[in-house]
Write a protein that binds this ligand. Structure first.
Ligand SMILES: O=C(O)CCC(=O)C(=O)O
Ligand SMILES: [Fe+2]
Length: 287
């Protein structure tokens, strides 16, 4: 996989544009959608521009009766059609992120009420199934907790690049991070995945990050440079109040992203109306 920005001048102009587009005010990234079944050209352009420049935008819609179908419709208008057919995804491409009582599903943290650390979606996927965007939409919030934080992974790259080129070099190593295969009863549900943490995704010609802060079952390439670089990345992620956003989604709010780095806090459910987010993971970007 190709390294990002072989050309320093190209990197510098990309960096300067990114930094000049950045705003700490979440409102600047918000698009209120009047009719989700037919995005206006202003809404459509603002979503595309904001996601193109900043890797995410926030949406707000009005009360609906069938959320899955409406979200699916918004996403398909943005070209988000080819979705990742992983476990637990339903026919229209959306997964219900809610606490699951099924034992196999509840082994996966998204389907519990537990904290979920920094990650990009599909970090274990093969190239054919690379997740380039994901959408999260809140149908029911939790009673308390369940706050989502996210940060444009491109800004993380910039921070690390400005700190040390050696860190970037190590994180771009072709074998930097391996996720072992998921094998159940001798059946391979997902093959082993080895690759860099940052690379240039040639299909979209955009910087891509595959990462999870969860160290269980993750192997980093056995070199001092890589372990130090991963340490530097984790340390940086503890101290990014200047570039990260945190928000506890209300009903009818959602996030559209070019697979930014994100996490969520643990939560307590209202037993009568458990937290429910609809999540889509797609193979193309929003831009
Ligand atoms: O529950 C959330 O807020 C986020 C879930 C998530 O990141 C995931 O399922 O990949
Ligand atoms: Fe996620």
């Amino acid at each position: 996989m190709a390294k990002p920005f072989e050309d320093t001048a190209l990197y510098e102009s990309w960096r300067d544009a990114k930094l000049s587009n950045f705003s700490t005010r979440l409102d600047n990234y918000l698009v209120e959608i009047k009719d989700p079944l037919k995005l206006s050209s202003t809404e459509f352009e603002k979503i595309r521009k904001t996601c193109g420049e900043s890797s995410f935008c926030l949406i707000k819609i009005k009360e609906q009766s069938d959320y899955a179908s409406v979200i699916n419709k918004i996403n398909s208008q943005l070209g988000l059609i080819d979705y990742d057919k992983h476990l637990y995804v339903k026919t229209n491409g959306l997964a219900s992120i809610t606490v699951s009582k099924k034992t196999d599903q509840s082994e996966f943290i998204p389907y519990t009420d537990r904290e979920l650390g920094w990650h990009t979606d599909g970090y274990y996927n093969e190239e054919e199934n690379r997740v380039r965007s994901f959408t999260l939409f809140c149908v029911n919030p939790s009673l308390s907790g369940g706050e989502t934080s996210w940060v444009d992974h491109e800004l993380i790259y910039i921070k690390l690049y400005e700190e040390s080129r050696d860190i970037i070099e190590a994180l771009c190593h072709p074998k930097a991070m391996t996720i072992p295969a998921n094998i159940v009863n001798d059946k391979t549900l997902r093959p082993e995945s080895t690759g860099p943490i940052f690379f240039n995704d040639h299909t979209s010609n955009a910087l891509y990050m595959r990462y999870t802060q969860r160290k269980k079952n993750i192997q980093f390439h056995d070199s001092l440079e890589i372990s130090q670089a991963v340490e530097a990345l984790d340390k940086l992620l503890e101290d990014i109040d200047d570039i990260k956003f945190s928000h506890r989604f209300n009903r009818n709010e959602g996030l559209l992203t070019n697979n930014v780095l994100h996490k969520r806090t643990s939560f307590i459910d209202n037993p009568d109306q458990p937290r429910l987010l609809l999540r889509g993971r797609y193979f193309n970007r929003i831009n």
